[in-house]
Unconditional design. Sequence first.
Lengths: 417, 142
Amino acid sequence: MKIFALVDCNNFYASCERVFDPSLKKRPIVILSNNDGCIIARSNEAKALGIPMGAPFFQQKAIIKKHNVAVFSSNYQLYGDMSQRIMDTLRLHAPDMEVYSIDEAFLRLDPLQPRDLYEYCKTIRAKVLQWTGVPVSIGIGPTKVLAKVANHVAKKQTGVFDIRSQQAQDEILKVMDVDKIWGIARRWSERLNQMGINKASELRDASPTIIRKHLSVIGERILRELKGQSCIDLESIRPRKTIISSKSFGNLLTKKRPIEEALANYAVRACEKLREQNSRAQAVHVFIQTNGFRETDRQYNNGLTWTLTTPTSDTRLIIQAAKVCLSKIYKEGYRYKKVGIMLTDLIPTSLEQKQLFIDFNHHASDYLMNIMDKVNKDHGPDTLFLGTQGLTREWKMRCVLRSQRYTTQWGELLTVS
Amino acid sequence: MTATSSTFSKTAKHCLLPLALCHIEAGFPSPADDHMESLLDLNEHVIKHPSATYFVRASGYSMTGAGIFNGDLMIVDRSLEPDHGKVVIAEVDGQLTVKRLSKLKDRFELHSENPNYPPIELQEGNEVVIWGVVTHVLHSLL
């Protein structure tokens, strides 16, 4: 029988902040979205104060001041690095693993056959806490959906919960609302409620045929997983075949010029990542989006993929291609929230084929890109940059309340006396 | 022709220094080539547990006796057990400090390595967590 564990970091962003500033341990913490607009993460103490998820920051200022709540802009460099450390630590203990999100991972424990599964998970939990300072909860179950259910319980109890026994499943699913189940979105839970299915156990015991009719084969799969029949396996680990760089703008943008600037800057980041993993891209995809939450705004989303004649990691060529894509999908008269670039069909530099008819000298390009990377690494990002990246950067995100990037910038290390 | 010279790896993360350098006369392979080994990586030497290792900047003079000076770079491994005598980053009542850990019969003490700084004796009420163990110090002589 398969055994899955879902490892989920407790209040991940807030926990990362506390690792490097332990004085925050006793204070409520909130983290703001890109541009400091909304509250996207809260510590338990902040949740207890009733500060809602997703609330606009300005609406919560009074309660934040009253309770001395610590407020941070998102520090994605820090969270990303801490996530990597946590995932690496987990991989040492369970090589069959799927990184599900920045703060969650599924593990397959059955191939390991530990003598005492519960104890093994407690060891994993203690290791991650010691190595990274971030507390995690672990749910164990015969399927991914049940492991996720077990994780809910683990969070409220001692950090590890095993839901493999029928008795445990009955007890918990009986009281759990269907909308808490992994994969059941709000529309689906409303549909289920109309059908008289409110609790997880009622979904489990419903007819698979009827559920498939209403919620497609995916709904049926969730039902079977609740029964303990594993239908969703770990996603096979794919080598990084795409690189995405995209962020929301500080303000909504209408003109093409600043959008193009932002795109060029994301392209620069993406190309740095590309060269870091010694790959070249064979295609460039660009997408733009308006703000879907502003119901009064006219909406427009589009994307376009451009195939490159020669695989490349040259920032200049990729920006060129990206600009062509943007000019084809950009339309006037919309208020854009986001632009992004995705490099796809990546191949390792060692594997590329020589092109017969196209003469492109990689050496000169590689040499220049190497110098740019080195200068920017040693002297800070954007010491050397391309003119097309712009000088004013009016699209740039606000992040005035960001903590130090303790693990990724030499100038921002933790200081201790 | 130089067979190899000190190179930056492509990621520019690690500075790799070759173990052996040899000049090759055209047509005559160097006998040393058979003995060429992998490049030395300073990271590998000082970082045993990459996912548990953090760089921390020292400030102040309380640990000069241990060779830690103001502005030095400390390499801190969180995976190591904080045994008696280790230099540790400790969290005392929410503040981080670098000191030498002393495990006595009935209590812990955190010692500075400078006669001008008294040891921190840990009382019942103090909340203390060992954050990590300092394994190396990087001190610039320039």
